[in-house]
Ligand binder design. Structure first.
Ligand code: NDP
Length: 320
């Protein structure tokens, strides 16, 4: 029996590839030179019933339009701002993602950055390596997270997991989202008002137009000269030039950033700052969690082949 055709966008692990190959004929979009991809899809687009992609590449609009028989998109990642899920749902295309299996890892990354900024982990490491401990003596005192107030921007699956950890460190939690949640922490419908009450903000909303630059110059200035911004959501959530300006002028105290507006490009100004910790979008990037995400990405496609449903549809596609 001939296998259904799957268009693969981006890279997959060996384990995922083995499962895809057992069930699908695979065409890797990136095997075709960029300039020839539209022509390849114009010729072969009708073959594909499935797309496998990830949160970074998503499904570019020209690809979505070129696949008239597409039925399912399985994305390796929970954020799906690079996929037009509403447009897909209108065409009856199921979009799935990988929620929950990465909550702990991303929350750990947020805490890692938060502690690293407060305790100045990276400069302290450099202090030892460059011999300053022997030459100059003790490293300057840092700041404690205990007793501080942390504002979670987006109290969803990961945000809640971060909140639990933050409390374990003796810090207080507040949160901002569009709707209040059934929790005991103070809710702020206004982000600037929350920033004014917090020592640190941890951003963990989805990306996309709804959250673009919600952390702007006004919010950063409300957070203040001692304030710390942690962003593990999407680069688009923070107005990056405003962030650089706030850090340069001292209007903001420090930042821990896993995501950037033009990844993998990171402003040189940020790279020069001692009060900033930078990681290359590694929120979920451990062997264990990536394996769980890969398995779920494959499970979604396997289930689709069995009964036309997926395990974890994005909210826009529930009920299709
Ligand atoms: P959820 O959907 O569970 O939570 C998202 C939260 O954001 C909800 O509480 C939602 O509440 C809130 N929210 C949505 N829109 C807005 C808005 N415009 N303003 C304020 N709050 C908003 O998602 P997850 O917790 O599973 O994941 C969150 C995001 O984390 C992903 O979409 C992805 O972008 C990012 N992520 C980053 C990773 C990394 O490697 N750095 C890894 C994994 C995820 P409400 O609807 O009430 O507003």
């Amino acid at each position: 029996m001939t296998k259904p055709h799957l268009l693969q966008i981006g890279n997959v692990t060996e384990r995922m590839r083995a499962r895809f190959e057992a069930e699908f004929e695979i065409t890797r979009l990136f095997d075709t030179p960029e300039a020839e991809r539209a022509a390849m899809l114009a010729a072969r687009g009708a073959e594909f019933v499935a797309v496998a992609t990830d949160g970074h590449w998503g499904v570019p609009p020209y690809v979505m339009q070129a696949l008239p028989n597409l039925k399912v998109v399985s994305s390796y990642g929970v954020g799906y701002d690079a996929i037009d899920a509403t447009g897909a749902a209108a065409r009856g295309i199921l979009v799935s993602h990988t929620p929950d299996v990465l909550n702990d890892e991303v929350a750990d990354t947020a805490i890692l950055l938060w502690l690293a900024v407060y305790r100045r982990l990276v400069p302290a490491d450099r202090w030892v390596r460059k011999g300053a401990w022997e030459e100059k003596g003790a490293f300057p005192l840092t700041r404690s997270v205990k007793g501080t107030t942390v504002g979670i921007v987006g109290l969803g699956r990961i945000g809640q997991t971060i909140a639990d950890r933050v409390q374990a460190f003796g810090a207080k939690v507040a949160y901002h989202s569009r709707t209040p949640k059934p929790v005991d922490y103070p809710y702020f419908d206004n982000l600037e008002a929350m920033a004014a009450e917090c020592d640190a903000l941890i951003c963990i909303t989805p990306g996309g137009p709804g959250t673009r630059h919600i952390v702007n110059a006004t919010v950063l200035s409300a957070l203040g000269p001692e304030g710390v911004l942690i962003n593990v959501s999407r680069g688009s959530v923070v107005d990056e030039p405003a962030l650089v300006a706030a850090l340069e002028s001292g209007a903001l105290g420090g930042a821990g950033l896993d995501v950037f507006e033009a990844e993998p490009k990171v402003p040189d100004a940020l790279k020069r700052m001692e009060n900033v910790v930078l990681t290359p979008h590694v929120g979920s990037a451990t062997v264990e969690t990536r394996q769980a995400m890969g398995d779920l990405t494959c499970d979604n496609l396997s289930q689709f082949l069995k009964d036309g449903t997926v395990v974890t549809p994005v909210p826009e596609c529930r009920g299709l």
